[in-house]
Design a protein around this ligand. Structure first.
Ligand code: CO
Length: 431
């Protein structure tokens, strides 16, 4: 099997095993553990760390991994950042509703989800639950039902002739998943979670589930489509493709250089959390590694940060949505993102550096800037640059249907991103 096929297969496995931000962080940790990385805990002191390969988690949903060769004041860190979360429907604390003989679960909309594609799909449920053990201690674990357990049916066209014209989706009333038929007897949602917990953790002795952070997701596996299988379609391509490419690079990083990846949760909701890119996670780790402020500043000024997050490819049905001089195409390689108002952190200097990297890695590269009469998104790039003062470039693979429950990208672009990030961490190392 070719190394490209193996890389794609591994990406597809990573996507499948990461239905929520918590599962993404766990899948990432498993990949690093399998590559010989040692887990560190923030609750412990780990000053004067010996040379090696390490990772740590915060909130079970953000991860920092790095290779460590000591302070290395002559060369800085090579760093890559991405985010683990994706827009979704999050179950409310007291979610159960009974409506017209149907059991339903009330949800909040997490992030800027494109809601229409959530209708008429089998949905599963996954996330994190906290419970109390018989001995009184509080525990938490990840849950994943893995099979379809819900659906949000559309309203039939006969009952709404306007349905194919642009129409609002009301988050409170229109998009409430159906969990089953209500029946006569009472239904206990906590009991459902408890049953699933015991299936996954038979050794647990829970008194009862206390709290949960659960998200609906589409259990349909990722797939390749197109005449030559050139498209990769999946949930959460934004931004698990970048997370995977960063992990792929770190696993084979040149151990003579300090390389670091940060995979943040909460990007889709503004990043202002303890585990998000506006929080102190990365700064805390850098301060532990380089406690002397002058040394740290010297090293950071020599460092380079690649913020990787998907970009909007030009949609063949809607080319008008792009600036005609900047039309990122599927299959033409990673995109450098520019914005005069610094919603992306790219500068001429950092873009030039990334272009050179792509040239050396044999990867094509393109540019994105939004139409001047439209706003644009943002990424963890400007937040990280602001937080630690590191030179940063914003890049990402071109993709379609961003924030849909099923997004589309080109397989070749995923491989290009893996190749250039791997080259960044280990010059001369092919995919
Ligand atoms: Co994103």
């Amino acid at each position: 099997m070719s190394s490209e096929r193996a890389c794609l297969d591994e990406l597809i496995r990573f996507l499948s095993s990461s239905p929520t931000t918590f599962h993404a962080a766990t899948s990432a940790a498993a990949l690093l553990e399998a590559a010989g990385f040692t887990r560190l805990y923030e609750q412990e002191s780990w000053s004067s760390l010996p040379e090696g390969k390490y990772f740590l988690l915060r909130n079970d949903s953000s991860l920092i991994g790095f290779t460590w060769q000591g302070p290395k004041t002559k060369s800085g860190f090579r760093m890559i950042g991405a985010h683990t979360d994706s827009p979704s429907l999050k179950v409310k604390p007291n979610p159960l509703r009974r409506e017209q003989n149907c059991l339903q679960l009330g949800v909040e909309i997490y992030g800027g989800a494109l809601l229409r594609p959530w209708f008429d799909r089998e949905l599963s449920l996954a996330g994190r639950v906290c419970w109390q053990e018989k001995d009184g201690s509080l525990c938490s674990a990840l849950l994943d039902f893995q099979r379809p357990i819900a659906i949000i049916p559309s309203l039939a066209i006969h009952l709404n002739r306007e349905a194919n014209k642009q129409q609002e989706v009301n988050g409170q009333t229109d998009i409430v998943p159906l969990l089953g038929l209500a029946g006569e007897e009472a239904f206990d949602f906590q009991q459902l979670l408890l049953g699933q917990l015991l299936r996954q953790q038979p050794e647990a002795e829970p008194v009862g589930i206390i709290d949960h952070e659960l998200f609906f997701y589409d259990p349909t596996p990722p797939a390749q489509t197109g005449l030559a299988h050139e498209f990769l379609v999946s949930a959460r391509l934004d931004n698990l493709v970048s997370c995977f490419a960063a992990l792929h690079a770190l696993r084979t990083a040149d151990t003579k250089t300090n390389c670091l990846i940060v995979l943040n949760d909460h990007e889709e909701v503004g990043s202002m959390t303890a585990a998000g890119a506006q929080g102190p996670f990365l700064r805390d780790v850098l301060e532990r590694l380089l406690p002397d402020a002058t040394t740290r500043q010297t090293v950071l000024r020599k460092s380079f940060f690649i913020s990787a997050d998907n970009a909007h490819a030009v949609h063949p049905n809607f080319p008008i949505k792009h600036d005609p001089q900047h039309l990122p195409k599927l299959g033409y390689g990673p995109v450098i993102k520019f914005n005069a108002n610094q919603r992306y952190a790219t500068t001429a200097a950092t873009a030039a550096q990334f272009r050179q990297l792509c040239a050396q890695a044999g990867v094509p590269v393109q540019e994105f800037v939004s139409r001047s009469d439209m706003g644009c998104g943002s990424t963890i790039g400007p937040l990280t640059a602001t937080g630690i003062g590191v030179d940063t470039v914003d890049v990402g693979i071109p993709s379609l249907a961003m924030h849909s429950i099923r997004e589309t990208a080109a397989c070749s672009d995923c491989l290009y991103l893996c190749a250039v990030l791997r080259y960044f961490f280990y010059p001369c190392k092919p995919l």
